[in-house]
Design a protein. Structure first.
Length: 51
């Protein structure tokens, strides 16, 4: 049996479509790998944090 939890929307429809459960996981850990500092990585989770 697979349990699916609704994801937390990232604010980016394309990113939500690529993430399991349609957004950031509601429980668990996510690692963001970026090619370099300043690549917009903070913008990816800002919406989910309510900022």
């Amino acid at each position: 049996m697979t349990v699916t939890r609704p994801g937390i929307h990232s604010g980016f429809a394309t990113l939500d479509a690529a993430l399991p459960d349609g957004g950031w996981p509601a429980a668990g850990v996510t690692q963001i790998l970026i090619p370099r500092n300043g690549a917009g990585n903070c913008a990816c989770w800002r919406h989910a944090c309510g900022s």
